[in-house]
Each structure stands twice: as C-alpha cells, then as structure tokens.
Design a protein around this ligand. Structure first.
Ligand code: NAD
Ligand code: TYD
Length: 355
C-alpha cells in the first residue's frame, strides 16, 4: 500500500480519488483534519476497503512509526501542510509546527521504518515530498522561469516553512540515504478546493452576489495547473523519478490574477447568467497582501524530458471543468463554509472599506 499524509485536503483528496480510480493498491490516508481537511471530499470511498483513514498529526512520530510497521507501505507521499499564504501572515506559528516540525517528525518515522527494511523492500521504498514553486521567491516580468537549479528565496512564512521542509527532505537523502523525491508545483485549481484560495473564493463570492476581492492592482502573475494534472505528475515521479532529485511541475500557463478573475466571470456569465450585467461588476480592488510575490513561472522541461509528463488540460478546459464542478456541488461548498471559514472571512476581508 501507499501512505498518504494530508489526503483529506484539496490536492491530497484529488490524489487519493485518482489513485484508487486507476489502481487497486490501497491507500492509508493520515490527516489531522484541520479546517482544510474534509472527509466529505472522500465520501465516494466510504465503503471502499482500499481506503483506510487514520486521524493523526505528522508531529506524532511514534504514531506514524507504529502505522508504518503495521501496514508496511512501499511509499509515503507527503501532502500534509498548512498551505494558505494569507493565514501564514496572520499566524505563522502553525506553519512552523506543521510544515517544519511535522515534516521532521514524519522523516524520522520514515527513516526508522526504512532502515528496518531489507532487500527489494528497502530498495523500492520511496518518500515523495510535495512542495511548491513559492520556495523560489518572486520574479520580475522578464526573468527566466524557475528551474530546479534556481536558488531558494522564500518570501512568506508559508514559503519559508515549505523551503525548510524541502531542505530537511534533501538532507535525509544525503545524510541517511533515505530514498526521497521532491516535486515543486505551481498554483493548482480544480474540484474540492477550499474557498479561501483565489479561484474557489471568486466562484463562491460571485454566485453569492458578493465583492470579488482583488489584491492591489491584480497584475501579479501565477502559473496555474489543473489539480488532476498535478496528480498525474506525482504518480509519474513516484514511478520513475530519480532518487534525490527535485522536479518542477507547472501548467505553462502564466496569468495575471485580474485575467483569471475576468475569465472566470465570463464563464459564469455564460453558464449561470445574472439577471442584469456581468459578474465583472462585482470586482473590487482591495489592500494588497504584505510582501506579495509579483510573479511565479515554472520551467517544467525537466519532468517532460526525463519522465515524459506534461499537462493534459489547458486553462480554458480546466477552468470550465472546475466551474462546472462547483455549480454541481453546492452542498459541498455550503458544508465547508461553516464556523471556521466564516471566522477567516471576517478576519481577512471585513475591515475593507465598501466600494
Ligand atoms: P490543503 O490546505 O487543502 O490541505 C492540507 C491537508 O493537510 C489538510 O487535509 C489538513 O487537515 C492536513 N494537515 C494539516 N496539518 C496537518 C498535520 N499537522 N498533520 C496531519 N495532517 C495535517 O493543502 P493543499 O492545497 O491540498 O496542498 C497540499 C500540499 O501541496 C501542501 O504540501 C502544499 O504546500 C503543496 N502545494 C499546494 C499547491 C496549491 O496550489 N494548493 C501548489 C503546490 C504545492
Ligand atoms: P492564493 O490562491 O492564495 O495562492 P498563492 O498566494 O499561494 O499564490 O492566491 C493566488 C493569487 O491571488 C495571489 O497572487 C493572491 C491573489 N488573491 C487575491 O487577489 N484576492 C484574494 O482574495 C485571494 C485569496 C488571493
């Protein structure tokens, strides 16, 4: 079986669902169920014996170690993290605890287990660490895209703690020989995305008739990748990635935030038109995020050259699928927009002057 951390979150849940749709190899899904973890994402697996869920914290090495010896996974795929930049600005401590200390706890448990293995089991074991392009810092308009050799220069508490976790993973390979792989991916979007992140926030606010809050001038650039393409890249790296290597994963799809919001509004105007006007009328520029990175861009040639992976969706096809999913899954959105979510929205957006 494979052992997944953070499999009740956005990317982890998509990964688990895709994995079990394509393989009969079981998944042990280990997740703390923070505000971002949601077992409803995995409701379709409720009666599926191939999915074993265990609630736990990656800081709990003893718990993890016990599970590794009991279930004997052939690979660990590490998604669990605090993942929202804005939350890392308001409260960085949880990011250090989970992303740095938690990754350390997981690595320690993985090392103990891996060192107990022998022969093929030991040779074939993999620790795949899921990371972000944000560790590379920010680019100006004419800089080359991030490659695997770009120096780390993280700018937010989120990216700094992810960078620290990448370094720990690297060190466990060089020092102990732990068979690790790391992926650094750009911004994902798709089903089950928690509506505090740009794309699902815009979809849910637009449909609720609320403001569409664009930070600053909205000309910050991100590379966007459909989540299922990220999942296929992870499967490919697990299958054939070279030990100790890092692979950048991206969609060859740089967009300004304003352009993303405009495209979404146009799609919504088509799929669920308002009685009067366009959803674009709801766009409102608000105070910028402190330390806001201006541009991310990913050079994903290494994973294409070495492993033959490239994205299947364009932004246009992926965004349409995403919007259609949200339109068909109001119950999911209503369920996640509960107490914890409302508290965040009040803290982050309600001090903004109304236009
Ligand atoms: P998410 O916030 O949606 O989900 C994180 C999951 O981890 C949740 O289920 C949460 O309950 C769990 N978790 C948090 N702390 C934990 C702990 N201490 N112990 C066990 N479980 C814990 O995040 P996501 O967007 O799915 O991101 C998954 C991974 O991918 C993260 O490592 C993130 O850095 C990375 N990543 C995300 C993106 C993106 O665009 N979302 C892009 C590149 C890389
Ligand atoms: P986000 O989804 O938080 O991802 P990240 O900061 O990790 O790239 O934000 C994507 C971009 O959208 C980022 O430049 C910040 C911007 N943004 C807004 O303009 N308004 C918002 O309300 C949010 C949540 C993000």
């Amino acid at each position: 079986m494979i052992f997944v951390t953070g499999g009740a979150g956005f990317i982890g849940a998509n990964f688990v669902l895709d994995w079990l749709a394509q393989s009969d190899e079981s998944v042990l899904n280990y997740d703390k169920l923070t505000y971002a973890g949601n077992l409803n994402n995995l409701a379709s697996l409720n009666n599926d014996a191939r999915h074993v869920f265990v609630k736990g914290d990656i800081n709990d090495s003893a718990h993890l170690c016990g599970l590794f010896f009991e279930y004997q996974p052939r690979a660990i795929i590490h998604f669990a993290a605090e993942s929202h930049v804005d939350r890392s600005i308001v409260g960085p401590a949880a990011f250090v605890t989970t992303n740095v200390n938690g990754t350390f706890g997981l690595l320690e448990a993985a090392r103990t287990y891996w060192q107990s293995l022998e022969g093929e089991d030991k040779d074939n074991f993999r620790f795949l660490h899921i990371s972000t392009d944000e560790v590379y810092g920010t680019l100006s308009a004419d800089d080359a895209a991030f490659s695997e050799t770009t120096a780390y220069a993280p700018n937010s508490p989120y990216s700094a703690t992810k960078a620290a976790s990448d370094h720990l993973v690297r060190a466990y390979h060089h020092t102990y020989g732990l068979p690790v792989l790391t992926t650094n991916c750009s911004n994902n979007y798709g089903p089950y995305h928690f509506p505090e992140k740009l794309i699902p926030l815009m979809i849910t606010n637009a449909r609720a008739g609320k403001d569409l809050p664009v930070y600053g001038d909205g000309l910050q650039v991100r590379d966007w990748l459909y989540v299922k393409d990220h999942c296929s890249a992870i499967r490919r790296v697990l299958e054939a990635g070279r030990l100790g290597e890092t692979y950048n994963v991206g969609g060859w799809n740089e967009q300004t935030n304003l352009s993303v919001v405009h495209t979404l509004c146009e799609l919504l105007d088509e799929l669920q038109p308002k009685a009067h006007g366009s959803y674009k009328d709801q766009i409102k520029h608000i105070t910028d995020r402190p330390g806001h990175d201006r541009r991310y861009a990913i050079d994903a040639r290494k994973i294409e050259r070495e492993l033959g992976w490239k994205p299947q969706e364009t932004f246009s096809t992926g965004l349409r699928k995403t919007l259609e999913w949200y339109l068909a899954n109001d119950d999911w959105t209503k369920q996640v927009q509960s107490g914890e979510y409302l508290k965040w929205v009040a803290l982050q957006y309600e001090d903004e002057e109304q236009a």
